[in-house]
Design a protein. Structure first.
Length: 354
């Protein structure tokens, strides 16, 4: 009888653990095209830039509304918000703004008058002062830049002084006012032009700031994320790096990340949830760290999209504790954490397992 009781307890615990393994939940949408980017505003509304326009969800991804589906707004890969709630979109051709959370849009700039031949937007960010930063890349050659606008995107100025010819992948605003830029290159022969750049004057001038990155490796860097402890993480071609000095020095934090040919595998995207959990992804998998990057574990339970590689999955966290993952130029799928990391007792308990 005692053995039977123990067996029943074991079965109950095993079933409970098994039920908790599915971290990710597949969402039904968006239905308009393949997902190129996922961004979330301060209210938790999820915006997806797709090959056919812009979609929005106001219920944690359960349902989606197509906001902009036209020839002009196709291939939306850059979306951002300012502190007043305005939504900004950069397509290959034009710059758009919405003053009503995406219900309507107005084109305020034409990039054919701003960008050079074969140059296209790769990242859009808005600083705490509502200054817009647009990073660009160039097809099959070196030559991306950073452009800035102080009038809501109507006018842009080249703000790349001090940068080598690079592709700008991400821009991050430190709490102390520093601005960081992740850069790569996309042309043979430009491998040493990438890396991390730092601006001390609101993006007017830049200098290299990648001390700690292995000098023997290509300094390709793709994405930034910061936690509540003033720690900043960078996803790079050789794993994850962390700075606790606003970009003035970096250290590799790759315990648990797969090693390929003697170096950590490349990471494309990184985000930090409100509970300081860190999610990093590449074309093959998603990693999770619950201890400020000291160690990492693969976190793919519930995902069914890693049967073959797709480039550049997006990963994003909302203020209300949900994490979103998926997309990529070849995939329409978006997944979400099954529960909010701020409200789930189970997730909090797992987060305590350092």
């Amino acid at each position: 009888m005692v053995n039977l009781f123990k067996m029943l307890i074991f079965i109950f615990i095993a079933a409970n653990i098994h039920g908790q393994q599915l971290f990710w939940k597949k969402l039904n949408g968006p239905s308009a095209g393949l997902v190129k980017c996922i961004v979330i505003n301060k209210n938790g509304d999820v915006f997806a830039g797709t090959t056919l326009g812009v979609s929005r969800s106001t219920d944690h991804g359960e349902t989606w509304q197509i906001l902009a589906k036209s020839h002009d707004m196709k291939n939306t890969g850059c979306i951002s918000f300012d502190s007043t709630g305005n939504v900004y979109v950069a397509t290959n051709d034009s710059f758009y703004v919405s003053n009503d959370n995406g219900d309507s849009w107005k084109a305020v700039a034409c990039f054919s008058n701003i960008l050079t031949l074969m140059e296209y937007p790769s990242v859009l960010r808005v600083d705490p002062k509502n200054k817009l930063y647009l990073g660009t890349s160039k097809i099959s050659s070196c030559g991306g830049r950073i452009y800035c606008s102080t009038d809501g995107g109507k006018n842009w100025e080249n703000s790349s002084y001090g940068m080598s010819v690079v592709s700008v992948e991400d821009i991050f605003f430190c709490d102390n006012g520093f601005v960081l830029a992740c850069t790569t290159d996309n042309s043979f022969g430009c491998e040493n032009h990438g890396g991390i750049y730092l601006s001390l004057d609101d993006g007017k001038t830049w200098k290299k700031s990648d001390d700690g990155l292995d000098p023997a490796l290509y300094k390709w860097t793709f994405s930034f994320a910061g936690n509540s402890k003033n720690q900043i993480f960078a996803a790079t071609a050789y794993g994850i790096y962390k700075t606790q000095t606003n970009g003035l020095g970096w250290e590799g934090v790759n315990t648990g990340i797969r090693i390929e040919e003697g170096v950590p595998e490349s990471m494309d995207n990184i985000t930090v949830a409100p509970n300081d959990w860190i999610f990093a992804s590449n074309q093959y998998t998603c990693y999770l760290s619950t201890n400020d990057g000291q160690s990492w574990a693969i976190n793919t339970s519930g995902l069914d999209i890693f049967r073959k590689p797709y480039p550049e999955y997006s990963v994003a966290a909302s203020p209300d504790g949900y994490v979103y993952f998926g997309g990529g130029p070849l995939s329409p799928n978006i997944f979400r954490s099954a529960k909010s990391l701020l409200t789930s007792v189970f997730y909090k308990r797992i987060g305590g397992m350092k």
